[in-house]
Ligand binder design. Structure first.
Ligand SMILES: C[S@@+](CC[C@H](N)C(=O)[O-])C[C@H]1O[C@@H](n2cnc3c(N)ncnc32)[C@H](O)[C@@H]1O
Length: 284
């Protein structure tokens, strides 16, 4: 377990994943009844964008850095505004991000209401400890140092019966996507009305297609697939493309993606290689 998100926080993949997560949470907030947020691979909660690790890769400068440098068309700006409010100062201030970039549990904690609850699984002891020091005092938040795949199986269905699971593994092992899909399918069998958001890297598009093929023939009824590529993907080079599977997406999310993804690919992508995909892997 060598992965440390400190090197990658605020990169194009985080921007993409966290904007979609924010949109899903905002849709859940529309109903008064409580919901549950479950983060299987939570990370440490906040990341210093000017710290040693982030400075070393400078990944956020090609992600959040480019996003806040770009003027978004009004429709896109309205949709990403809630995410920007959590990560960057207001538009009329200097275009610099907040020093501490919020990871997925910090984004969720900022949006949850008193009646909502969240569970965070994080296996790395230091990351779990950092997360505990950031969010541990919040009584809505439970942080557990546990394997996220094992945890997920134990935590669904939640008593609220409404909510979202983020599955965001480190993808250190080659079979991590297949493992994530197994876990997704078994968690969905226990909680078929839950929203599941699964992030995956794309190093080799053919390998991804092979892994995802089983879902189109599987039992899960509604799966929206979003992908974003910012540069030419290479099997060994830096990450250039990534995707999100959303099981049971809130109704407006597909239309919102039609507005958000072209803007993200324009703002963060290289002209010759930038592309995005919005399609249903199952249903609709
Ligand atoms: C991609 S990062 C998570 C980023 C976070 N979800 C966010 O969006 O801000 C993956 C995290 O998973 C943790 N991790 C690795 N293996 C794990 C496991 N089996 N169960 C839970 N966490 C694990 C790593 O320590 C790392 O913090």
């Amino acid at each position: 377990m060598n992965y440390r998100h400190e090197f990658h926080a605020g990169n194009f993949a985080d921007v993409f994943k966290h904007i979609v997560l924010t949109r899903i949470l905002l849709h859940l907030l529309k109903k008064e009844t409580a919901f549950r947020y479950i983060d299987t691979h939570a990370g440490s909660g906040f990341y210093d964008l000017f710290g040693e690790e982030a400075e070393k890769t400078a990944e956020w400068r090609a992600g959040l850095g480019k996003l806040i440098d770009h003027d978004a068309p009004v429709a896109a700006r309205n949709l990403i505004e809630p995410y920007l409010r959590l990560t960057a100062p207001a538009a009329d201030e200097a275009a610099t991000p907040r020093r501490l970039y919020p990871g997925s549990p910090a984004i969720a904690a900022a949006l949850l209401r008193p009646q909502d609850r969240m569970i965070c699984c994080e296996l790395h002891p230091k990351a779990a400890q950092d997360l505990q020091s950031h969010l541990g005092r919040d009584r809505r938040v439970k942080i557990i140092e546990i394997d996220g795949f094992t945890g997920l199986n134990a935590f669904v269905p939640p008593v609220e019966r409404r909510g979202v699971v983020l599955i965001d593994p480190a993808f250190e092992a080659r079979d991590d996507l297949d493992r994530s899909l197994n876990v997704l399918e078994s968690a969905w069998r226990k909680w078929s009305t839950g929203i599941f958001l699964l992030w995956y890297p794309i190093k080799d598009q053919r390998e991804v297609e092979l892994s995802l093929k089983r879902l189109s023939a599987g039992k899960i009824k509604r799966i929206l697939r979003l992908e974003l590529q910012i540069a030419e993907p290479t099997p060994v080079g830096p990450l250039a493309a990534n995707g999100l599977l959303i099981v049971n997406p809130p109704f407006p999310l597909e239309g919102e993606s039609e507005i958000i993804l072209p803007f993200l690919s324009q703002a963060m992508g290289e002209d010759a290689f930038a592309r995005h995909r919005i399609e249903w892997l199952a249903g609709e």
